[in-house]
Design a protein around this ligand. Sequence first.
Ligand code: ATP
Length: 349
Amino acid sequence: MAPPRTCALCQTARPIVRRPKTGQQVCKECFFHVFETEVHNTIMSAKLFKPGDRVAIGASGGKDSTVLAHVMKVLNDRYDYGLEMYLLSIDEGITGYRDDSLESVKRNQQEYGLPLKILSYDELYGWTMDAIVEQIGRKNNCTFCGVFRRQALDRGAAALNVDHIVTGHNADDIAETVLMNIMRGDIARLGRCTLICTQGEDSIKRSKPFKYAYEKEIVMYAYFKKLDYFSTECIYSPDAYRGHARVFLKDLEAARPSAIIDIIHSGEAFQIGEAVELKAQQTCKRCGYMSSNDLCKACTLLESLEKGMAKLATGDRNRRRLDEEPAPENMRTIPMFHRATPAEPAAAP
Ligand SMILES: Nc1ncnc2c1ncn2[C@@H]1O[C@H](COP(=O)(O)OP(=O)(O)OP(=O)(O)O)[C@@H](O)[C@H]1O
């Protein structure tokens, strides 16, 4: 069938893309507009922000967060959200990967004129991912990185005195997570993973304005807008199990593009029974970060690194050996978590 001569939306210009989400043939300007408008509608229907909110954009320099920073700026100006926005980057200390992607973030910072704060694992934990991988190897290092990043983002946000972090998690990421939680039988997480906005007891709000944005459309947007981003995958073997979910999802999407949204809706529709409620939150006895045990996950993992026994930290089998090993005298610990209150002045980025 010959392609249509005019854009399905404006009926005037020549179509140049076929929207992966809907199959519509649209022109470049209409594609930008419909993509931005859908994100705006997501933000409005979830009531993510109110005027005056201070919001940190988790900026990794990759495609999703680069497009997020751009679109957040466009929408904040176009619809007068009244947000005070910051870029927040965590430097995991991965040579040849994060150092390069942070250069993209710095260039974007110049272009958008948003203040940027970079917080490194090295300054917070005394360990870079390069050093962690040296001790633990490539298997399971994602566990350390994920736990450390989550806390680092919260601490960076507290230093900026913001109470809301937005991340570039997209519809594909969320659908993959739904599949992974089903495959693992993790019903408690299944109930939470489709939420557009999460907030622990005293934690900082996190939200995902790209919850319904397809990865393919994000890539197209970045390409046609000529955005400056870093496109290499992490050199320390991305999460293998997620990789299987990703391949499976891509196959489903090829057969039926709505599969991504359908899986998200299925995840949302699950009713979570009382028996699978998450453990109650308290604060870590060592660093004050929220935790469901005496020690938070980051302190536990850091202790295992300091004892030189990090390989034992990610499985339950050898936990006892790890707990029995005395802590080294000069063991590094994470500074006390202190959430700035609105009355306090924010630290300079
Ligand atoms: N080092 C980091 N510093 C700040 N934010 C981060 C960092 N790593 C991840 N994030 C945030 O978490 C989101 C999801 O991260 P993930 O690791 O899945 O990367 P991704 O899907 O490749 O996204 P991106 O393309 O933005 O890197 C990112 O879009 C970003 O908002």
